[in-house]
Design a protein around this ligand. Structure first.
Ligand code: AHR
Length: 645
């Protein structure tokens, strides 16, 4: 019989000795390997993303120049400074010289008032907490510039150490004139270059006069060499998780505090000079919009993920303002229909043709559309059902095959999926692990679109991973109704000021990145899942001295190979040794595989300086059969791979 008890658990966290009340009877996990309980969706594990914690700017989006379009602050050119070498004088200031044919409205003016033979003067950008300098790499730098008629000379583009003492490479740009023009140069580091996370990017001159700069950009090599692409190390970490889908563009980032600053997809298309950028007031920093709609889709293509697009539905984060309703909502419904047409329409459609023009002839074939984000916050005006109905009807009328996801419970229509979010403590994981065991199967299928056990910061510690694993066993056991799931937030830039939301999955600075214990746990789960859940039960679950459940499990199966995946979370400080009874038509191979994530203290964690403090260990699992006893380590998450022949 199942025990579902949730009581204070703090006593378990730092146990010196044993506290477990030992059960008289052994715990038995019974697995009916031939009886399918549900199909596991190929999209069971995915990713959720938004611009939070410097996830794109200063994160996944590989641009290295911060405030590249000078939009971050209307008064001062943040992250830009004047640099002088030798005898030179001048100043910098924001300006707004028109650049026809672009969305760029602000530029940086450099007035050089004095410079002698050996002197140089110019502008310097310090990047997102430093510009990373790596060995043997090519960087592509580009900028727009124009001069006044007094200026007549070349510009020197350099990658330097933060103090300017070391110049890693330089390039010359000549012919800058009175007309705005884009200049592109390549800079390269050597095999012998000393690496640093704290370089700077500099453009200098040796002549008097005025130069205006606009949209200054610097890209290192990107994942799959995509133009305007993503950081390689982070993409590799994501690829290893085998994500089935990507939920984008938010989260709160979709909604914003006011309609004008929502994620307005039409303003994120095309060359970066066509993007006005926007105030990400959900998370209090400016967004370059370098990660625009097509970049999200490129990211999906690179990692072979199904795109799951959320559309703005009239609800902002300002709870005091009434959500947009009635006829006023029609322009946003049309905007969503345009977006779907842009993504899925062929070249004969207005927006499909636009996509073709922007270089993507094939439709993206998006299948999942989510209406809004967390509409359960619409508590004062209670407009959610009416708004959802309008979106649902309009989308289904034009695209009946699209799967429509509601971002909160809705009664007016039956959505294909309902997005349910859980941010929880370790203590709360005990109850959550069983949330779907008795869920009404007649309700919409479940999309766990944001979840995280928020223990530890900036990235979660091992206790967080234990809590997350408890939840995931519950999701897997109920894979007949739970169809998709994704952790949030995915990323955090660990520099001071980089984090707006604690307990994130992957941390980084400009140079390197690391994985939280929960990342490792999720990878263990997502890469060992199969395509079915099988019927199973647990009897005589061990309880702690405070009668809190100690062991959580799920069983899934690869129906083609016959492999079973038994996942067990032991939250106690003792070895637990349940009996595993497998009713199987096929013979069990004695040697399987175990992957174990554990740590001496539950507060142990990984960090940029100690990235592999808590990592899983894989070894041979011996003595497997139809009836065996297995030792699960104290405070551990185990995936037991049981092969059949
Ligand atoms: O993941 C952080 C935030 O939590 C998301 O933006 C929002 O949807 C949720 O409330």
């Amino acid at each position: 019989m199942k025990k579902t008890i949730c009581l204070p658990l703090l006593s378990l966290l730092f146990l010196g000795g044993r506290t477990l009340a030992q059960n008289a009877k052994p715990t038995v996990i019974t697995i009916n390997a031939n009886e399918k309980a549900g199909d596991i969706s190929p999209q069971f594990y995915g990713l959720m993303t938004e611009e939070i914690n410097y996830s794109y700017d200063g994160g996944l989006y590989a641009e290295l120049i911060r405030n590249r379009a000078f939009q971050d602050n209307a008064k001062v050119p943040e992250h830009w400074s004047l640099v002088k070498k030798g005898n030179a004088d001048g100043q910098i200031a924001l300006d707004s010289i028109e650049q026809k044919g672009t969305a760029l409205t602000r530029n940086l003016r450099l007035d050089i008032t004095a410079v002698d033979g050996s002197g140089k003067i110019g502008i310097s950008n310090d990047g997102f907490w430093g510009i990373p300098i790596r060995k043997n790499k090519r960087y592509v730098a580009s900028f727009y510039a124009k001069t006044n008629k007094d200026f007549n000379g070349p510009l020197f583009v350099t990658l330097e150490s933060a103090d300017g003492k070391v110049v890693f490479d330089s390039a010359l740009v000549s012919g800058v004139s009175g007309d705005w023009k884009k200049y592109t140069v390549t800079l390269a580091t050597k095999k012998t270059t000393d690496t640093t996370s704290n370089g700077r990017f500099v453009i200098t001159a040796k002549n008097k006069g005025t130069i205006w700069f606009s949209l200054v950009s610097l890209f290192p090599p990107t994942y799959n060499n995509r133009a305007n692409g993503n950081r390689k190390d982070l993409m590799k970490l994501l690829a290893a998780m085998h994500p089935g889908f990507l939920r984008f563009p938010g989260g709160n980032y979709l909604q914003s505090n006011k309609v004008e600053t929502r994620f307005d997809w039409k303003k994120t298309l095309g060359d970066i000079s066509q993007r006005p950028t926007h105030d990400n007031n959900s998370w209090h920093y400016h967004s370059s919009d370098g990660m625009g709609l097509m970049e999200f889709l490129g990211w999906c293509e690179d990692l072979k993920m199904e795109p799951l697009l959320a559309v703005f539905d009239g609800l902002t984060l300002n709870r005091k303002v009434q959500p947009i309703i009635g006829d006023s909502l029609n322009i946003y419904i049309q905007d969503a229909l345009d977006e779907i047409e842009f993504l899925n329409g062929d070249a004969s459609t207005k927006w499909g043709a636009q996509r073709v023009k922007l270089g993507h002839p094939q439709p993206y074939n998006v299948k999942y559309i989510e209406i809004g984000n967390e509409d359960w916050f619409d508590k004062i005006y209670k407009t959610w059902d009416a708004r959802f109905t309008m979106f649902y009807d309009a989308i289904k009328a034009k695209y009946p095959n699209l799967q429509v996801i509601s971002s909160a419970h809705v009664t007016s229509r039956t959505p294909d999926y309902e997005d349910i979010h859980h941010y929880f403590s370790f203590k709360q994981a005990f109850k959550l692990a069983h949330k779907y065991d008795n869920y009404n199967r007649a309700d919409a299928k479940v999309f766990e679109g944001e979840w995280a056990c928020r223990e530890g910061a900036p990235t979660t510690n091992f206790l967080g991973a234990l809590g997350d694993a408890m939840l995931l066993t519950g999701l897997e056991r109920n894979a007949d109704i739970v169809k998709m799931s994704c952790y949030a937030p995915l990323f955090v830039n660990i520099n001071p000021g980089g984090m707006q939301w604690k307990s994130d999955l992957i941390g980084y600075n400009s140079f390197s990145s690391y994985r939280s214990p929960s990342y490792y746990m999720q990878k263990m789960f997502a890469t060992n899942i199969g395509d079915q859940t099988v019927k199973s039960s647990i009897a005589d679950v061990p309880l702690g001295s405070d009668t809190t459940e100690q062991l959580f499990y799920s069983v899934t199966k690869d129906s083609k190979k016959g492999t079973l995946f038994l996942k067990v979370v032991n939250v106690s400080d003792s070895i637990l040794s349940p009996v595993i009874d497998i009713n199987s038509a096929k013979e069990i191979v004695a040697n399987g595989q175990e992957i174990v994530l554990t740590s001496a203290k539950v507060t142990d964690t990984n960090s940029i300086d100690n990235p592999e403090n808590v990592i899983p260990v894989t070894s041979v699992a011996k003595g497997l059969s139809n009836h065996f006893t297995y030792n699960f380590k104290p405070h551990s998450v185990t995936v037991l791979k049981i092969m059949t022949k």
